[in-house]
Design a protein around this ligand. Structure first.
Ligand SMILES: *Cc1c(COP(=O)(O)O)cnc(C)c1O
Length: 390
């Protein structure tokens, strides 16, 4: 395959993250690895087998298409769960393949019953409760109808889980709202229990909730961003590091980041240009040379996921040194300043995300510069970029 850049996934960093998260979560709860959004840009085909080697056998995706892709590369013993979108026609596919899915509308529940009837096989469902996110989830007024339907159609369902999702567990500014959700969830759970509905798995926690509200861990967690070695927010990272520091009496090791980024993104220098002082570089007037300067052309642009908002701001590594983006990031290319890296030459490795020599471009510094969250930046890395396991 021809590509102007490539992505590396570090197996050892992933193992480290999973081990650390397992410690936080405890041995009992099921660890569901969230692999929506092309496994947060890491590659939905490449990622599941790696996580399976770390002892994980449960995957969460957003829609039926992602489920289909995950089904193809996971081991037969692993399970896939759809948290969001699934059409009525896809419900049948899911039941047939033992894929579980969230239900938060009566018509989906009815479609599941029809599929189960037709296939002679139980639909594995998770009842998603509205607790204050106000996006998906059955309203509490609907629950009587839901329970009636489930009790009448007992043979068609495995009620695998009851779940909800928090509206911003990564920030203290949502504390009151999240706390209210936690209480609301447990109240609704009791109500359902009284009516004779008991799920195998109660699950509510995403990465941020695991760190900030450990009481939400329950029977299963749905962890995305943290397994990739990134924090759901800077605030969460600071809180965890601070507690770690206090716990260790503030020793040197106390401030080591317990999560390790597993993705690197690299390319090569395409060409080199020498430009006199007082010349504009690239489209328009975005960059003017103030001295004789030397630039490297990199065959990576915003079509490849390198945001245009990093124009004149972004940095890459060449020969272990930082080179700043000059002018606009183009669709397929950008120029970087190598005036102070005189030995750089075509073919040299360029690191957009990752380590080179003693320096590193981290995703968080990268996303702060471009006003993206880690999540958005990662999922914008095109699927076509080849991914390699290291
Ligand atoms: C994306 C998602 C998660 C995982 O969130 P992270 O912050 O990446 O851990 C969990 N639950 C639901 C419903 C999600 O959509």
């Amino acid at each position: 395959m021809f590509s102007t850049s490539y992505i590396e996934i570090s197996k050892s960093a992933l193992e480290h993250n999973i081990r650390y998260l397992r410690e936080r979560i405890g041995e009992k709860a099921v660890f569901s690895s969230v692999i929506k959004g092309n496994a947060y840009g890491h590659g939905i085909e490449q990622f599941p087998p790696l996580v399976e080697k770390c002892g994980i056998s449960h995957f969460s995706v957003f829609d039926a298409d992602e489920a289909r892709r995950a089904e193809k590369c996971k081991s037969p013993d692993s399970h896939v769960m759809i948290m969001g979108s699934i059409d009525h026609e896809e419900v049948e596919w899911a039941v047939e393949h033992d894929v579980s899915f969230f239900v938060f509308q009566m018509d989906r529940l009815q479609a599941a019953a029809r599929a189960a009837e037709k296939l002679g096989k139980k639909a594995r469902i998770h009842i998603h409760l509205e607790t204050g996110f106000h996006r998906f989830g059955f309203e509490s007024e609907q629950l009587d109808e839901v329970v009636d339907f489930l009790l009448k159609n007992k043979k068609k369902f495995v009620i695998e889980g009851i779940c909800t999702h928090y509206a911003g567990a990564e920030s203290i500014s949502n504390h009151v709202r999240v706390k209210r959700q936690i209480v609301d969830f447990s109240e609704q759970l009791m109500r359902l229990k009284d009516k004779g509905l008991e799920p195998k798995l109660r699950h509510t926690a995403c990465s941020a909730a695991v760190f900030n509200y450990p009481e939400t861990i329950m029977d299963m967690v749905r962890v995305g961003i943290a397994q990739y070695g990134l924090w759901p927010s800077r605030e969460t990272r600071m809180r965890v590091l601070k507690n770690q520091l206090n716990g260790n009496g503030g020793g040197e090791k106390g401030i080591e980041d317990p999560l390790k980024r597993i993705i690197s993104w690299k390319s090569k220098v395409m060409n080199i240009k020498q430009v006199d002082a007082g010349e504009f570089v690239g489209y328009g007037t975005a960059y003017l040379t103030s001295r004789p300067e030397k630039f490297a052309g990199i065959p990576v642009g915003y079509a490849h996921g390198f945001s245009r908002s990093l124009s004149n701001i972004g940095q890459v590594l060449i020969k272990g040194r930082r080179a700043r983006v000059v002018g606009y990031v183009n669709m397929n290319a950008m120029m970087v300043d190598i005036t102070d890296i005189p030995d750089a030459k075509p073919g040299d490795e360029v690191v957009m995300i990752g380590k080179q020599g003693n320096d590193e471009v981290t995703l968080s510094s990268f996303s702060e510069m471009s006003n993206y969250l880690n999540y958005e930046l990662l999922t914008r890395l095109p699927e076509e970029i080849p991914r390699f396991i290291r």
